[in-house]
Design a protein around this ligand. Structure first.
Ligand SMILES: Nc1ncnc2c1ncn2[C@@H]1O[C@H](COP(=O)(O)OP(=O)(O)O)[C@@H](O)[C@H]1O
Ligand SMILES: N[C@@H](CCC(=O)OP(=O)(O)O)C(=O)O
Length: 375
């Protein structure tokens, strides 16, 4: 299959649906979760970074508020999420704590993933946690999200998280082992697809809704997630999670559907940066810096001669050389005012100038798209 296997992935996001994690009565399936923790511990021992996007707060919380077995209004969902989330977090810490793996909870809203500055903030926190060896457990902040501003399904949220942290693989664990030509609950003979290389209209037409119950989204949101993931250069699998050790099963080459990005991961991300974001400022760099960028390095403040425009941290800016040639587009790690103060200065001087431990780079290599790569 496309030369890609989970074994190769360095950074993996695992999404867990409510139906897997929470039983009909609204209890966390701790035995199942403990087995998933075995899998996560295996991945960590292999040197991989792991992030979990977990649903389940509403399914767990509702029974504590006497809201089991009825359809919920938005404010009841918000209340249930607040009640359930604390229990979910505890269940994860208990499961992963067995392996002395530290769990860190992150609750995000749609705006936290879509607005550039907030996106960058959330991303930095996730990357920081990974660098410290923790496993971030992420969910939508349902308590403050309203219908208009919420994802509602964690499939797309997980895909955004995966692209945010430049993950190589996203695994959507579900109650089904992949995409079929039609919903197998209604059409048991439907064909299973081990691999999808292009999400065509024909493929999209195959997706049905979730069955009645505690899940949301069904195959429709999983395909929407696949589009986000592959366009960000991330491989995505829909895999069966109902048996214990589902990730180990995938590591062993188990059955699932893999969605494959058409491009090399970095190229796709860079295309996203260059193609989607409007630049709101500019930095002019010296010849040494321009050469370093061409070689795939980050842009350090030392190589910047001039800053133009009004931009904030996280905004897209143009990088131009001394002859006015466009070199690259990238996401600024400093706003224009701070950038003015640190340009031309050595990395070791940044802390004294700004009064805090700033970033080493003005634009990190991961956030930089060279002009020739996008034209
Ligand atoms: N073409 C399809 N292929 C596979 N499953 C489908 C398809 N169309 C609809 N489904 C339904 O989607 C369900 C999985 O979605 P969902 O219940 O929302 O999962 P989760 O809770 O894991 O997010 C499957 O159980 C299946 O009934
Ligand atoms: N954020 C919600 C999950 C919504 C959701 O996507 O559920 P699911 O379809 O089970 O993955 C919660 O924690 O209850």
């Amino acid at each position: 299959m496309s030369g890609f296997s989970l074994q190769q992935a360095k950074r993996i996001v695992i999404k867990i649906g409510s139906a897997l994690l929470v039983d009909e009565a609204g209890h966390v399936r701790q035995g199942w979760l403990n087995a998933l923790a075995d899998d996560i511990a295996v991945l960590k021992r292999m040197g991989k970074d792991v992030l979990v996007v977990s649903s389940g707060s509403i399914a767990v919380g509702r029974r504590h508020l006497g809201l089991a077995g009825q359809s919920l209004k938005l404010e009841e969902k918000q209340a249930s999420a607040a009640t359930g989330q604390i229990r979910l977090a505890h269940a994860y810490q208990q499961a992963l704590g067995h392996y002395e793996i530290t769990v860190a909870q992150i609750l995000v809203t749609l705006a936290d993933t879509e607005e550039r500055r907030r996106h960058l903030n959330a991303r930095n926190t996730m990357l920081q946690l990974l660098s410290l060896g923790a496993v971030p457990v992420i969910n939508e902040n349902d308590t403050v999200a309203t219908e208009e501003i919420r994802y509602g399904d964690n499939d797309r949220l997980a895909a955004r998280v995966a692209t945010m942290v430049s993950a190589d693989a996203l695994i959507l664990l579900s109650d089904i082992d992949g995409l079929y030509a039609a919903d197998p609950r209604k059409n048991p003979d439907a064909e299973h697809f081990p691999e999808v290389t292009q999400i065509t209209e024909e493929i999209e037409a195959m997706a049905g809704d979730a069955p009645e119950g505690i899940s949301t989204g069904g195959m429709v949101t999983k395909l929407a997630a696949a589009k986000i993931a592959v366009s960000g250069g991330c491989h995505m699998a829909i895999a069966l999670g109902t048996e214990k050790h589902p990730v180990q099963h995938l590591l062993d080459g188990g059955r699932c559907t893999w969605f494959r990005p058409g491009d090399r991961p970095m190229t796709a991300r860079k295309k996203w940066i260059a193609g989607t974001l409007k630049t709101v400022g500019e930095v002019v760099v010296d010849a040494g810096a321009a050469k370093a960028l061409m070689a795939g390095k980050s842009l350090l403040p030392a190589g910047i001669r001039k800053v133009a425009g009004r931009f904030d941290r996280g905004d897209a800016i143009q990088v131009t050389d001394m002859d006015g040639r466009k070199v690259a587009v990238g996401l600024a790690a400093y706003g224009a005012e701070e950038a003015e103060r640190v340009i031309g200065r050595k990395t070791s001087e940044i802390k004294d100038i700004l009064g805090y431990e700033g970033r080493m780079e003005m634009i990190h290599a991961d956030d930089l798209a060279l002009q020739d790569a996008v034209e």
